[in-house]
Design a protein around this ligand. Structure first.
Ligand code: CTP
Ligand code: MG
Length: 390
């Protein structure tokens, strides 16, 4: 995690009981296409290049649920929330205060689909103003109902629907929460308004809807299946074996009587994986992004290449479904290192380990891999990308 004080933090609110959604498990811990709702909300913030860290506020007694949902994400210990959403926010901000963030984005865990473009718009406002929130226009005519009959038509001019994340200069919103603790306000910008701050509106997004009632799970499932398509990429790489005492494979250093030669750390498996990810979004190959002719990549750890490719696809609103890597070599034996390799790749990609496969095969002593002249690797990646309707 890029946390060196200051910076921009995400605060994800997951301390509610989810009563209106019903269905046993609190809504934020239910899964959509294998991923818990709270994990989706946190990951969307975490994967944005301008966000330095994310903390999650959870309800007392839900630590196990939280760990099951978010174990694969690099998050600090969760913060215990309070009785009302506003209490949870205040407690979250107090817990973040020692890190002295400059800015904070306060987000409902119950809004799992957060486009990076909304984060961009919010952060742009914070460059010159204290607070911003995403809004959507009200398109339906609004009526007031009393005892089952319409009592008035409400003028909708100037009315919008507020979403989250709501973005603030950290010290300002923390002070606001301290000053107004105990006053019941529905969201954080209501508090900012009360504190006399200018709150700027930016365009929200329909996909940012909040899961509130049971039928919203169906909407979420529809969103996942209709708004996205599955794509696949493959990658292949070879590095020569030469003098050395270890090989880097899948980001794991394995003692060996030879080493892999190459400009970077020559991690043939991570290069194949990088190409698979880039291939899935038709974004070129590892050589195009990290030219061997550039001195800065000499000896570079190849996890950076993988993280770069994952960042590119996430910047397009995509997510990684699974990856499968096959190493081709007689030696070293991969089996004893397979679990460490899977864990390492899962860590680099920030996906759960059950979505990462590492396999190995020999070529029956045939060919260059059989003669231990080099090691080959192939990889595939399946990714879910938003369908572009342009
Ligand atoms: N939240 C929170 N602490 C509370 C209440 C709510 O962190 N004391 C969070 C919820 O987990 C949710 C977000 O605030 O992510 C928005 O609240 P809401 O949609 O009302 O969720 P719940 O309070 O869980 O649902 P319900 O009101 O139906 O019980
Ligand atoms: Mg609630």
């Amino acid at each position: 995690m890029r946390d060196s004080g200051g910076g921009t933090w995400g605060l994800v609110l997951a301390a509610g009981q989810g009563e209106r959604a019903g269905g046993g498990l609190p809504k934020q811990y239910r899964r959509l296409a294998g991923e818990a709702i709270v994990a989706r909300a946190a990951a969307a913030l975490l994967h944005h290049p301008k966000i330095n860290g994310v903390a999650v506020v959870i309800a007392l007694g839900q630590g196990d649920l939280y760990r099951q949902a978010c174990a694969h994400l690099p998050l600090p210990d969760p913060i215990e929330g309070g009785a009302e959403r506003q209490d949870s926010v205040r407690l979250g901000l107090e817990a973040l205060a020692p890190r002295q963030p400059d800015r904070v984005l306060i987000h409902d865990a119950a809004r799992p689909f957060l486009p990076g473009a909304v984060i961009d718009r919010l952060l742009e406002i914070l460059d010159h103003g204290p607070a911003a929130l995403p809004v959507l226009p009200v398109v339906d005519t609004l009526k007031r109902v009393e005892a089952g009959t319409i009592s008035a038509t409400v003028d909708r001019a100037g009315l919008v629907r507020a979403q989250t994340p709501q973005a603030f200069h950290f010290a300002t919103i923390l002070q606001g929460h301290r000053d107004l603790a105990g006053q019941s306000l529905t969201d954080d910008t209501a508090l900012a308004e009360r504190a006399g701050l200018t709150v700027s509106a930016v365009a929200g997004d329909e996909s940012l809807f909040k899961i509130t009632r049971p039928e919203d799970f169906e909407r979420a499932a529809r969103h996942l299946s209709s708004g996205y398509e599955t794509r696949t990429g493959t990658g292949f790489d070879v590095h020569r074996l030469g003098a050395g005492d270890h090989v880097m494979l899948c980001g794991v250093a394995i003692p060996h009587d030879q080493g892999l030669l190459g400009h970077s750390d020559a991690d043939v498996a991570l290069h194949a994986l990088t190409d698979a990810l880039l291939g899935a979004i038709a974004a070129g190959d590892v050589g195009a992004h990290f030219p061997p002719s550039e001195a800065q990549w000499r000896g570079a750890a190849s996890d950076r290449f993988v993280a770069h490719a994952a960042g590119l696809l996430r910047a397009q609103g995509g997510e990684i479904i699974n990856t499968d890597v096959t190493l081709v070599c007689e030696r070293p034996k991969i089996g004893p290192h397979r679990q460490a390799m899977r864990a390492r790749i899962a860590g680099i990609l920030r996906i759960s380990i059950d979505r990462v496969s590492v396999k190995a095969t020999t070529t029956e002593r045939l060919g260059f891999t059989g003669r231990a002249e080099g090691i080959a690797a192939q990889a595939s990646a399946s990714v879910r990308m938003p369908i572009n309707h342009d």
